[in-house]
Design a protein. Sequence first.
Length: 242
Amino acid sequence: MSLTLCNVHFTQQAEKVVWLSSPLAKMLKVDGRRTINVKLGRDVVPAALKTLKRKGHHVFLSAGLRRSVRVPKSGNVYLADANGDEIQLGPLIGVLTDGDRSQTAPFGARTGFVKQLLAIGQKKAYFFAFTPKDINWQQETVHGWFLDGGGGWVRRVVPLPDVVYNRLPSRRAETGSYITSLREKFVRRHIPIFNWSFFNKSDVYSLLDNDPEALAHLPESINNPTSEKNQRAARKTSFPLL
């Protein structure tokens, strides 16, 4: 499977058709095919395949195909091919978070941070943010939040993502039964989840302690120190405990 950065455009045709520019079709070795499967996230839709004489790597999706695959927007995005039988747009990456929502600040105080995450990758993949309440498990879709061309917010219904990046703000929420069940639903559908749990500082320290380069920069650390050890450490650093 290869990844190619291409420019996605939309047309008004009602039929399910995808046009590839000649250089892109030749590179993907599909210039002799009449049909191909188009994939986004979990959705796969067969479509008629046509080529057009245009320089560069361009993909044109008809309105009928766009609605079926639920492609959220036009612009630059990666395209992957799978042995000439399928082309996949994306990847479709969902940032899972939470917060008090409004049209201008859909994730409350975390909205600015989430916007930074989406802005970094939006010209190479379909990045969107969502909360657990935005998922429709019966239809396997997400009512996600995307950045529009002006830096504002727009909502689109898309398939379940290829991968989930967990940015839930609360350790307590992360370990609750509802969120645990949410994670299991993603796992059953073979959707990878990145950064699922908060770091355990003791585990991180133990890993770094075995690395010779990192060890030289690690401060002294003691698990479950007694009050006497705390006092001795305070005297060493000249910062008396209050």
